[in-house]
Design a protein around this ligand. Structure first.
Ligand code: KIV
Length: 295
């Protein structure tokens, strides 16, 4: 029997849990890496069954499942609850937990403490943090030093989008793009195992790809990155509106769910539900005895 590990290159191939060496190997072989967000048990199950390589419990869950107006308010406790539920739904993709805004910026110690909670309490295998400035690089280095793999995230970093001038593409001038390049390299040098490039021109991504050796997962960063990520609710259409330009919608589940609940409500109001097939029976003799007992 061969003991050579097989790469996950299709949902039907023999599945082995994703590991950091296997991820690096996928990059080396030029196999596209698939990442999707998930925030609970069923979404993680669906992502795993679809054969994705990486599941990110993104702080986008702040908006998609918790209903906050941005990713800023979500707390560590809330992220832990989402990540724990996702953990129960998957065992093969690498599970990455986003560090929420305010949970790692204060100090390296704070960052390590939060990362440890994501691993110990929620079962994440790695964490992600946003930004490539001096503080973020220091936090990434500290968390890696504590033995926890870190994914970096540059370009549009939604937690600090106010400071970036709004929720819009980044790196559209030579100076801004060069700053993203140096942030990416610094995060790699800090020991990150992978990076997210978000909302940067595809031509800029192409230039940057020549500078980094670790896997890069793009979202709105063109086709030259090693992999792609989309938010679960965006790609499945569980949201109002189409979302950002880079989203490709593969289903319209919000409409289907609306239709399903509306049909249920109509059936109840018209007394079409429940039908005989949805009810339990009782032995007629038992029923007669009950009627006698009740007078
Ligand atoms: O929170 C999130 O979903 C993310 C992805 C968009 C990369 O950070």
């Amino acid at each position: 029997m061969s003991t050579t590990p097989k790469l996950i290159d299709s949902p039907t191939a023999e599945r082995l849990p994703m590991t950091l060496p296997r991820l690096a190997e996928k990059k080396r072989l030029g196999e596209p890496i698939v990442m999707v967000t998930a925030y609970d048990y069923p979404s993680a199950q669906i992502a795993q069954d679809a054969g994705v390589d990486l599941i990110l419990v993104g702080d986008s869950g702040s908006m998609t499942v918790l209903g906050y107006p941005s990713t800023v308010p979500v707390s560590v406790e809330e992220m832990l609850m989402l990540a724990s539920a996702a953990r129960r739904g998957c065992s093969l993709p690498l599970l990455i937990g986003d560090l929420p805004f305010g949970s790692y910026e204060v100090s390296d110690e704070q960052a390590i403490t939060t990362a440890l909670r994501m691993v110990k309490e929620a079962g994440c295998e790695a964490v992600k943090l946003e930004g490539g400035g001096e503080a973020s690089v220091s936090r990434a280095r500290a968390i890696v030093g504590a033995g926890i793999p870190v994914m970096g995230h540059v370009g549009l970093t939604p937690q600090t989008s106010t400071a970036l001038g709004g929720w819009k593409a980044q790196g559209r001038t030579a100076t801004a793009a060069a700053r993203i390049a140096s942030e990416a390299v610094a995060l790699q040098e800090a020991g990150c195992f992978a990076l997210v490039f978000e909302a940067i021109p595809s031509a800029v991504s192409e230039e940057l790809m020549g500078l980094v050796e670790i896997p890069v997962i793009g979202i709105g960063a063109g086709g030259s990155t090693d992999g792609q990520v989309l938010v679960f609710h965006d790609l499945l259409g569980i949201r109002d509106g189409l979302g950002p330009r880079f989203v490709k919608r593969y289903a319209n589940l919000q409409q289907e769910m609306n239709d399903g609940v509306t049909a249920f409500a109509d059936d109840v109001r018209a007394r079409r539900y429940p039908g005989p097939e949805h009810t339990y029976s009782i032995d007629p003799a038992e029923l007669a005895e009950l009627q006698a007992l009740l007078g």
